[in-house]
Design a protein around this ligand. Structure first.
Ligand SMILES: C[N+](C)(C)CCCC[C@H](N)C(=O)O
Length: 288
């Protein structure tokens, strides 16, 4: 099994992640809290209360976990294509797989990474939602002191299954949308590139950026539900399941609730995924 794809997936994922984390924090807060008027208001309030640090809450853990998550995504994607088409990453430029094959490989990668991502994502979301300022932290320490403490508390208070809260919504969110992600990327790469040649860096950046946006647009409704179900163990609000969460959110806040965080998510998705794909392609290329 070619391992380069796993390593390239990890490094490129980490680069994208740091770039996008501040946007991600604003998104999570907009999706799960009702105190903000919009993106700017959320940014200003976060900055005033928590300074720049507020935007980077919950980042250390994703950095560590992206090693596993992105390498599984890209590694499984590429190895599924190898099984389906019997071509390696390098050969695929000359014998491109069909879009159906790309879609199936993307969905497979998405499905498998979702379960690994679930506990890490849960901890990220819980930490991002702690809005105490630094001064407050001294007098009353926040509920979770850091990722490890957060994981241990969830385990104790909500049981081992608590760590997988929202995992089902996450799987449903990621399986088809990662298929869309790779199809969009491949399609946009192939448009301006002559047959048998590698796409230029600009093409890779643009295709990666739009792959990120398209897949996030498709993923946002289930992303909102996922984030809410992950927070449910904390607040009084308990949902019976995914459907109950959807129905009660829509009843209380209207259908617009399913698009919460869409703008900020798209603004984040472009640079994050442009950098992810560019470094992924670059690393694989330079390893020959
Ligand atoms: C499929 N879905 C849109 C849910 C996720 C796409 C993930 C891509 C990248 N790691 C990022 O964080 O943007």
């Amino acid at each position: 099994m070619p391992v380069e794809e796993f390593v390239a997936g990890w490094i490129s994922g980490a680069l994208g992640l740091v770039l996008g984390h501040p946007f991600d924090t604003v998104k999570v807060r907009l999706q799960t809290q009702t105190t903000y008027q919009g993106i700017i208001d959320c940014m200003v309030k976060t900055y005033r209360r928590e300074s720049l640090q507020g935007f980077f809450k919950g980042m250390s853990f994703p950095i560590a976990s992206i090693a596993v998550v992105n390498s599984v995504l890209f590694g499984v994607y590429s190895n599924t294509l190898l099984v389906l088409t019997a071509t390696s990453h390098h050969e695929r430029r000359f014998q491109p797989p069909s879009y159906t094959q790309v879609f199936i490989a993307g969905c497979t990668g998405g499905f498998l990474q979702a379960y690994i991502l679930a506990p890490f994502d849960l901890i990220k979301v819980r930490l991002q939602n702690q809005t105490e300022s630094r001064a407050q932290r001294k007098s009353t320490p926040p509920r979770y002191r850091g990722p490890v403490h957060c994981a241990a508390s969830i385990f104790q208070e909500e049981g081992p299954r608590g760590l997988f809260r929202g995992a089902w919504a996450l799987t449903l969110r990621d399986t088809p949308t990662l298929g869309i992600y790779f199809v969009t990327y491949e399609w946009l790469c192939r448009q301006p590139t002559p047959d048998g040649q590698n796409p230029s860096s600009t093409t890779v950046l643009v295709a990666g950026g739009f792959a990120g946006i398209t897949s996030w647009v498709a993923a946002t409704p289930l992303d909102v539900i996922k984030s809410r179900m992950q927070m449910a163990g904390l607040k009084q609000r308990e949902y019976q399941g995914l459907l109950d969460c959807m129905v009660s959110s829509a009843r209380q806040e209207g259908l617009g609730v399913f698009f919460r965080g869409l703008t900020i998510n798209s603004a984040r998705a472009f640079p994050v995924n442009a950098v992810t794909f560019l470094s992924y392609e670059y690393l694989l290329h330079s390893w020959g």
